[in-house]
Design a protein around this ligand. Structure first.
Ligand SMILES: C[S@@+](CC[C@H](N)C(=O)[O-])C[C@H]1O[C@@H](n2cnc3c(N)ncnc32)[C@H](O)[C@@H]1O
Length: 453
């Protein structure tokens, strides 16, 4: 079976979804970025965008389950695009009930003809008709508990086994199932300009339903409506940000005249949050390695009308070459990490990470923390955060850092909203996606001991 053409089939949602799935499979880009590009190139109508998103994310999220359903019906080897086309069809047959079965089969056969030839179309037709006749096999018949969880939730077995060892079966099961549930959008209210009550009222008048979080006071859940095109967003009253990502800035305990450093700042979610909590007399230096990413911080700073942020393009592992040692009251290291806490937003991550990635990230994270300890003044506070739940990058990075830096200690008592205190213990906070229904996150809070100690 050979591929005949990849010419764009304008307006065709399923062909568009297939082209995204193929690019993700070839590691060409992340699904969320491809989705935006494909909506443009395929000229997908407004009403079909939600279906395109659902098909794309659904097939990536359920890849291993779909393969498990497909396998008994396949004789011989299938080309990647044919297998992904069958995933797309099985996904619709099993998980969506608004599209009639005959329409699903018909459309898949048409795509097979267009991308391949009549022979491929006959194979696709035959497999789908057999599935309709016989049904898909049960996952419950898998004996091994971890393998069953891996197939049911479509997370690679090695990750499931690793997490069961680290967190136990129940926590892992809750986490992998939550990873397949779409997140609720959250926004952060810019406290420098307004209050949550005023924003809730203003959104209500525009027909947008939001609810205030009981965890982070400036966080609102968007229950109905879209935020990105509202005036409140354009004029900097709110920022779209996951709730977990708001917590590191709370834990930084910003005081009005602080000199603050954000060492891994782009695209600026936490930097702008810190700046919103800082008085005009305080200052915030925000650093990132990449110029194009620093531009994104500048854009957000401008939108939010913040005038206390100074951005720098630099390697934060070498910042003491350009910034004065022991000169910052607060430092945030929101480190590069494996991102295993954000699988709900970027489902492709779970198939591409390897254990060796955790080790190399651990080294980078330690180098960044080393530099942070040089730049922090005695009695200053350092917050370390990642959006992963992987121990190598979290607890183990913290322990290795403490072992090397006797001048640093974990802060056991911190001010937090009451509803969050149960997640904080011994200077650290590990959030799973199921805890606040938000990203999986890790945060550690350090203090540099005073000169007399
Ligand atoms: C987790 S992201 C930061 C997210 C950001 N704090 C926010 O809330 O929007 C990590 C960032 O670290 C940056 N980074 C990675 N290595 C770096 C280095 N050596 N020096 C400075 N920035 C680095 C990456 O470019 C990336 O933007």
């Amino acid at each position: 079976m050979s591929k005949k053409t990849t010419k764009i089939w304008r307006g065709n949602v399923r062909d568009a979804a297939l082209s995204i799935l193929l690019s993700v499979e070839k590691n060409q880009s992340y699904s969320n970025l491809l989705l935006h590009q494909t909506i443009e190139t395929y000229d997908i109508s407004d009403q079909d965008r939600a279906l395109l998103t659902e098909l794309t994310y659904g097939c990536i999220q359920r890849k291993l389950t779909l393969d498990y359903f497909l396998e008994p019906f396949v004789k011989g080897k299938l080309e990647s695009w044919v297998r992904l086309l069958l995933h797309l069809s099985i996904y619709q047959l099993v998980y969506l009930d608004r599209i009639p079965n005959h329409a699903i089969v018909h459309e898949s056969v048409e795509i097979a003809k267009k991308r391949g030839h009549k022979g491929v179309a006959a194979v696709v037709n035959g497999i789908l008709r057999s599935i309709l006749r016989e049904g898909v096999r049960s996952i419950e018949e898998i004996d091994d508990e971890n393998l069953q969880l891996s197939i049911a939730s479509s997370h690679p077995l090695w990750l499931v086994e690793r997490w069961v060892k680290q967190f136990g079966y129940e926590k892992t099961a809750e986490m992998v199932h939550t990873n397949n549930v779409p997140p609720v959008q959250t926004v952060r209210v810019n406290l420098m300009k307004t209050t949550p009550d005023v924003v809730i009222q203003a959104f209500q008048e525009e027909g947008i339903e939001v609810e205030q979080s009981r965890f982070v006071p400036e966080c609102l859940y968007v229950m109905k409506g879209s935020i990105a095109k509202t005036d409140l967003f354009k004029h900097g009253f709110v920022t779209i940000q996951d709730e977990s990502s708001m917590i590191p800035s709370l834990l930084l305990d910003v005081e009005k005249d602080n000199r603050i450093l954000d060492m891994c700042a782009a695209p600026g979610g936490k930097t702008t949050h810190i700046a919103e909590r800082l008085n005009a007399t305080g200052s915030l230096t925000s650093v990132d390695l990449h110029a194009h990413k620093v531009k994104l911080i500048d854009e957000q700073v401008q939108r939010l009308e913040l005038d206390n942020v100074h951005t720098i393009v630099a390697n934060s592992k070498e910042l003491s070459d350009i910034l004065e040692e022991e000169s910052f009251d607060r430092i945030l290291v929101d480190a590069p990490c494996s991102g295993l806490g954000v699988i709900r937003r970027k489902p492709d991550i779970k198939y591409t990470k390897q254990a060796s990635d955790f080790d190399s990230l651990h080294v980078t994270q330690l180098q960044l923390l080393d530099e942070a300890s040089r730049l922090l003044r005695p009695e200053g506070r350092l917050v370390y955060s990642t959006c992963t739940i992987e121990a190598t990058e979290n607890n183990e990075t913290v322990q290795a850092f403490l072992a090397k830096h006797p001048e640093m200690e974990l802060l056991k008592d911190v001010a937090l909203p009451e509803s969050l205190t149960r997640f904080y213990s011994d200077g650290m906070m590990q959030l799973f996606p199921q805890d606040l229904n938000s990203d999986g996150f890790f945060i550690a809070v350090f203090r540099k001991k005073g000169v007399s100690q």
